[in-house]
Design a protein around this ligand. Structure first.
Ligand code: AMP
Ligand code: MG
Length: 539
């Protein structure tokens, strides 16, 4: 039989731009900032850039689009994903959304510097929307320039992929391209603006719909359009729920609550702090979206936020994330309320979030400790004391859990062992071991003893415990300083570190002995350096 050869590559991408086809689109085609009322999107072309240069691309994302390495390294690819040229079938647009920023309703926001190129249906039949970030002004840019700089684009590119490989639901990143343009930025809003290289990232996700897309319609009292968007979203992104109906709306919202809880649980597990959990940065699919001033917990400090803009209120600190996600879901529930006859199903789903989060947290903590199940009777105390112990002195969360997996139950439970010395194998997790007083050592040792007793009671095999722990406690995360080092080199036209990190972060749970330098604690020079410990929304 003669197998038919299917065309491959950029020109073979199959577009099916359902968002534009099924939802009302702004009839004005100019990118002048304005209120766009009564429409879900505005057509707008990406700005042309003078000298696009490919910095990096993610082959796994290219694979999703059936694009070969050769194709990704072609000039056409760079032209297309810098926004200079469109493929047949692309129909670029920016979408309209609103949002609560830092707890306050901010009105219309929208894709101010993101331009959707179109939706690809890949060979598996999956729908994947392509979106350029940093491609110039749109009607939603307000007073800003619609651009992005290399620094923030490297951070978005690397972290999207790192999160995916960590098993955290996230939007993906196909490519990172320098534009050849310089962009003015005032990194710390202190009047010290400087020029930085401009860049464009191509993001990929089944859908980029945010809580804010619904909120803006509800805020404007456009119930019919709200219903239209909800029905569209259910049919396109939640087809397993069936045709929209009152019962399906309930299941839909319950599912949004569930996937949001799941996403936040993963953040807490790997020590990720989003930094700007505004409702416009919440994906309807429970994907991590909009990598801005995010950061990774190094020293375990639940109140830590990477975002200097939020340093006062710490609204978006690590420990706040589960509550803030709930607060955001409440705002979404308020927006969707006109589609419901009663509040009860919405409230039930929100209660479901709390229950799911609590239960999920227990399971997650049990997994992090290598326990096969969480025993409510004993383990709440065990976990509470662990989290207290982690805060006694500066302790690297990621290193701590990895080293914990190496400890032997017999050593922890030995009658004649010196309790204060039990932590010796964990010393590499401590930033300043000299900070550990005798009292600290004893308290940590006591916790280790109770942990050993708990493991002994469960009778788990040492080897399988280590394997299970190392499957949920990453060895490699995109530590803030690692991203910054890659940025510093990229600004000097050396992209090797970006590609090296991309490669290492593909297997974040593996040992990778020749890359162990990327698993170590943050070096001391990075403690107070901008980009390593302090970030702002300026990007
Ligand atoms: P963010 O805090 O990055 O999620 O952005 C909030 C809003 O500001 C969104 O509507 C963004 O599209 C918009 N925005 C952020 N930076 C820019 C920029 N440089 N140009 C235009 N719009 C922007
Ligand atoms: Mg945003």
């Amino acid at each position: 039989m003669n197998a038919r050869i299917q065309p491959k590559g950029l020109t073979a991408l199959q577009f099916d731009n359902r968002f534009l086809r099924e939802l009302p689109v702004d009839p004005i085609n100019s990118n002048t900032p304005r209120q766009v009322i009564g429409y879900c999107a505005s057509r707008v072309l990406p700005a042309k850039v003078p000298q696009p240069q490919l910095v990096a691309y993610a082959q796994e994302v290219a694979d999703l689009l059936d694009l070969s390495a050769e194709e990704c390294q072609s000039d056409s690819f760079t032209e297309i994903f810098s926004g200079n040229r469109q493929l047949p079938g692309m129909d670029p647009y920016a979408s309209c959304y609103g949002g609560h920023q830092f707890g306050n309703w901010a009105g219309q926001l929208g894709d101010g510097r993101a331009i959707n190129l179109g939706e690809v249906i890949n060979r598996q039949g999956q729908r994947l929307a392509l979106q350029l970030k940093g491609s110039g002004r749109t009607p939603y840019s307000r007073s800003a320039d619609g651009l992005a700089v290399l620094r923030s684009s490297v951070r978005e590119f690397l972290c999207s992929e790192a999160m995916h490989h960590l098993g955290v639901p996230s939007t993906r990143a196909l490519s990172l391209i320098l534009t050849g343009e310089q962009v003015w930025r005032d990194m710390f809003y202190d009047g010290r603006a400087k020029q930085e290289p401009g860049a464009v990232v191509c993001r990929v996700a089944p859908s980029f719909i945010r809580f804010g897309n619904f909120q803006i319609l509800a805020a404007r009292g456009q119930t019919e359009l709200l219903r239209q968007l909800a029905d569209y979203c259910i049919r396109t992104d939640f087809p397993h729920l069936g045709e929209p109906s009152p019962a399906v709306y309930q299941q839909w919202f319950a599912e949004i609550c569930r996937s949001t809880a799941e996403m936040v649980l993963h953040w807490m597990r790997v020590g990720f702090v989003h930094g700007v959990m505004n409702t416009d940065n919440m994906s309807i699919l429970g994907l991590t979206i909009d990598y801005g001033p995010y950061g990774w917990l190094e020293d375990y400090d639940p109140n830590w936020t990477p975002n200097t803009t939020d340093a006062g209120g710490r609204r978006y600190s690590y420990a706040q994330q589960p509550q803030i996600a709930l607060w955001n879901l409440v705002q979404l529930a308020n927006a969707l309320y006109p589609l419901f006859d009663e509040a009860e199903p919405l409230e039930r789903a929100l209660d479901g979030y709390q229950a799911q989060y609590q239960q999920g947290r227990q399971t997650m903590m049990a997994q992090k400790l290598g326990l096969t199940a969480f025993d409510a009777e004993t383990d709440e105390t065990l976990v509470t004391e662990l989290l207290a112990v982690l805060q006694l002195v500066e302790t690297d969360m990621t290193r701590f859990y990895r080293l914990l997996a190496d400890l032997k139950v017999d050593d922890l439970t030995a009658e004649n062992a010196n309790t204060a010395e039990l932590l010796t194998p964990l010393l590499d997790a401590y930033y300043i071991p000299e900070q550990l007083t005798a009292a600290h050592r004893l308290r940590i040792g006591n916790w280790l003893r109770s942990y050993g007793d708990r493991l002994q009671k469960e009778g788990t095999q040492e080897a399988s415990r280590k394997q299970r722990m190392n499957a949920v406690n990453p060895n490699f995360v995109l530590r803030n300083y690692l991203a910054q080092e890659a940025i510093d080199q990229a600004e000097k036209q050396d992209f090797s570190r970006i590609n090296e990190l991309l490669e290492v972060l593909r297997r974040p749970y593996d040992e990778q002995p020749d890359k162990q330098q990327f698993a170590g604690k943050r070096p001391d020079w990075a403690r107070q350096r901008p980009g390593c410990s302090m970030l702002s929304c300026s990007s």
